[in-house]
Design a protein around this ligand. Structure first.
Ligand SMILES: Cc1cc2nc3c(=O)[nH]c(=O)nc-3n(C[C@H](O)[C@H](O)[C@H](O)COP(=O)(O)O)c2cc1C
Length: 212
């Protein structure tokens, strides 16, 4: 079993982060978690989770938010806690996942700023050549965003835009979210049962039942 670092930032898409943490914990993995101040605002807005001013009370809100079983596997750090284990390549963090990842955090990571724990954890993953997954979200994307994304891809990060596909014909929001979270787990090389795998069969083709 591994320990993963999850960074929640001020982009939209905290439902993806929530589902990812639940899924990783259910697979028996441990998590280090940090939330940026902007992330705390968007988390409260999107999921109604009150992590306190600048996310200072995230730890206390965790069991209610994610349930006891998941919360037990999560170590919470403040975003200015740059002394946290994830700040060092020696900590044994298997991969860093920023989910959701704002364009601001993307820009600072791509420039090596490391101005908070989330950015530093990503910086460590780059320098140690460990997996870094960026679940970015913005639309439309400017040239600045695209250049930063290209830079990160060239550095070896996996860019997984929070850009849901509809060809698997999701029936509800949970299925849509699970499809992307399944791609994140694929990116980590983990076995899972989230989302549907493409069967090669188009719905409506004669004799075919559609995607399964
Ligand atoms: C409700 C809400 C939704 C937002 N959604 C996005 C988004 O999808 N992508 C993005 O890059 N920024 C988004 N922002 C803006 C970021 O939160 C802002 O740029 C912030 O400074 C990012 O800080 P951080 O990278 O330290 O978390 C949103 C802000 C709010 C209030």
């Amino acid at each position: 079993m591994s320990r993963y670092f999850i960074g929640l930032t001020g982009a939209s898409g905290h439902l993806y982060g929530e589902r990812l943490m639940r899924a990783l914990a259910a697979l028996g993995h441990d998590l280090d978690l940090a939330l940026t101040p902007a992330g705390a605002k968007v988390l409260r807005h999107e999921l109604g989770v009150d992590a306190g001013p600048e996310g200072a009370e995230l730890e206390a809100s965790l069991p209610r938010w994610l349930g006891e079983d998941t919360a037990r596997r999560v170590r919470v750090f403040k975003s200015d806690e740059i002394e946290a284990p994830a700040s060092s390549g020696t900590a044994g963090i298997a991969a860093v996942i920023l989910c959701p990842c704002s364009m601001g955090t993307l820009a600072r990571v791509s420039a090596g700023f490391s101005s908070n724990l989330v950015e530093r954890a990503a910086d460590v993953a780059i320098k140690e050549r460990r997996p870094l997954l960026l679940v970015v979200r913005e639309t439309p994307l400017s040239e600045i965003h695209l250049e930063n994304l290209l830079r990160m891809a060239r550095l070896g990060a996996q860019v997984l835009p929070a850009m849901p596909g509809f060809y698997q014909r999701p029936e509800n929001l949970a299925e849509l979210v699970d499809q992307l979270v399944g791609k994140i787990l694929d990116g980590l090389g983990l076995e899972h049962e989230l989302g549907k795998r493409w069967s090669g069969e188009l719905a409506g083709d004669p004799g075919l039942e559609g995607c399964s």
